[in-house]
Design a protein. Structure first.
Ligand code: A2P
Length: 304
C-alpha cells in the first residue's frame, strides 16, 4: 500500500494527514509541530477553523529547526463561504498564507459550494434561521480559484462538501480540474456512490471526520462492536481500523487530534491490512448518517 496518492495534475498527496478542525487554541500549534516531527507530511487547515495563525507559528518554528522542510509537507487550506465573490478570493488566500506564514499552499479548497453574504458574522442567519447568501455562482468562484494557480499562490485547487451533481457541473467548465473532493466519510456515512463517481473522474476523495467522532458517545463508529472486534483481531485500536478502512478504499484520510499519543497512534496504520471480508463487514455499517449536516447550523438542506 502506497503512502501517497496521485492527483489528476501529476502531483501527489500523502494519504494520511493531520486534521485541525476543532483543534483548540493553545493546542493546535503544538499538535501540528508534534505531528511534523513524528513524520506527518500532510496538514489540513482552513480559515474558518480560527487557528491558522497558531498553526502558522508552528510551521515556522518547525521549519526553522531544519529537520522538516517546507517542501516535504503538503499543506491544505480552504476558502470560507463568505469569500466567494471573485474580488474576495485572492485576498482570502493571501490572508491564509499570511496566517500560516507560508509562500504557497499545496492545495486550496472551496470549503462548501455555497456563497454566504459577506458580513461580520461568518455564518449570518436571516429571520427564518436560514443562512444568508449572495448571488455568486460556483463557476465565478472557481474561475477566481483557477487564477490562484496561475499566480503561483497554490499548487492545486479542489472542493469540499460537493455532491455528485455539483461536481458533474463543475467538471463541465473547470479549466483547472479539482484534484480532490473533501467530504465526511466514516463507516456510518460511507458514501459509496460519491466515492465511486469521484474516483472514476480522477478526483481524489479526502475523508474528514474519519473517526465519526461528532455524534453522541453511543452512536460513534469508534465504539461500534464490529469495529471493536476487528481491532482486537489485529491488535490495533478502533481508530486505526477506521483510518485503515478509508485508506484501503483509496481515500485520503485526515483524522484530527491534539493528543500526541493519539497523533502517533493514527499514523501507525501501514503495518496491517484489513481482509476483504473485514472491509465488507465495515461497509455494511453504512447508514448514511452525517454528523456534519448544514440543516442544523444554516437551516439549509444542502445535502437533501
Ligand atoms: P483528541 O484531539 O483529544 O485526540 P475526527 O477526525 O473524526 O473528527 O476525530 C477527531 C476526534 O477524535 C477528536 O475528538 C479527537 O480527540 C478524537 N481522536 C483522535 N484520534 C483518536 C484516537 N486514536 N482514539 C480515540 N479518539 C481519537
Amino acid at each position: 500500500m502506497t503512502k501517497s496518492l496521485s492527483l489528476n495534475n501529476g502531483r501527489t498527496i500523502p494519504a494520511l494527514g493531520l486534521g485541525t478542525w476543532k483543534s483548540e487554541p493553545g493546542k493546535a500549534g503544538t499538535a501540528v509541530a508534534a505531528a511534523l516531527e513524528m513524520g506527518y507530511q500532510h496538514i489540513d487547515c482552513a480559515a474558518i477553523y480560527m487557528n491558522e495563525p497558531e498553526v502558522g507559528a508552528a510551521f515556522t518554528r518547525t521549519f526553522s529547526k531544519g529537520a522538516v522542510k517546507r517542501e516535504d509537507v503538503f499543506i491544505t487550506s480552504k476558502l470560507w463561504n463568505n469569500k466567494h465573490h471573485p474580488d474576495a478570493v485572492e485576498k482570502a488566500c493571501r490572508q491564509t498564507l499570511a496566517d500560516l506564514q507560508l509562500e504557497y499552499l499545496d492545495l486550496y479548497l472551496m470549503h462548501w459550494g455555497i456563497a454566504f453574504k459577506p458580513d461580520k458574522e461568518k455564518q449570518p442567519l436571516d429571520e427564518y434561521g436560514m443562512i444568508m447568501t449572495e448571488p455568486v455562482s460556483i463557476q465565478e468562484t472557481w474561475r477566481a480559484m483557477e487564477q490562484l494557480v496561475k499566480l503561483g499562490l497554490v499548487k492545486s485547487i479542489g472542493v469540499a462538501n460537493f455532491t455528485t451533481t455539483m461536481l458533474l457541473d463543475l467538471l463541465t467548465y473547470a479549466k483547472v480540474k479539482p484534484v480532490t473532493n473533501q467530504v465526511e466519510i466514516h463507516p456510518y456515512n460511507a458514501q459509496p456512490e460519491l466515492v465511486n463517481f469521484c474516483q472514476a473522474k480522477e478526483v481524489a476523495v479526502t475523508a474528514y471526520s474519519p473517526l465519526g467522532s461528532h455524534g453522541d458517545e453511543k452512536n460513534r463508529p469508534i465504539s461500534d462492536s464490529a469495529i471493536l472486534s476487528i481491532a482486537k483481531v489485529h491488535g490495533k485500536s478502533p481508530a486505526q481500523v477506521l483510518i485503515r478502512w478509508s485508506l484501503q478504499r483509496g481515500i485520503v484520510v485526515i483524522p484530527k487530534s491534539t493528543n500526541q499519543k493519539r497523533i502517533a497512534e493514527n499514523a501507525a496504520v501501514f503495518d496491517f491490512e484489513l481482509s476483504e471480508a473485514e472491509m465488507a463487514e465495515i461497509n455494511k455499517l453504512n447508514k448514511d448518517h452525517r454528523f456534519v449536516d448544514p440543516i442544523a447550523s444554516w437551516g439549509l438542506g444542502y445535502f437533501r
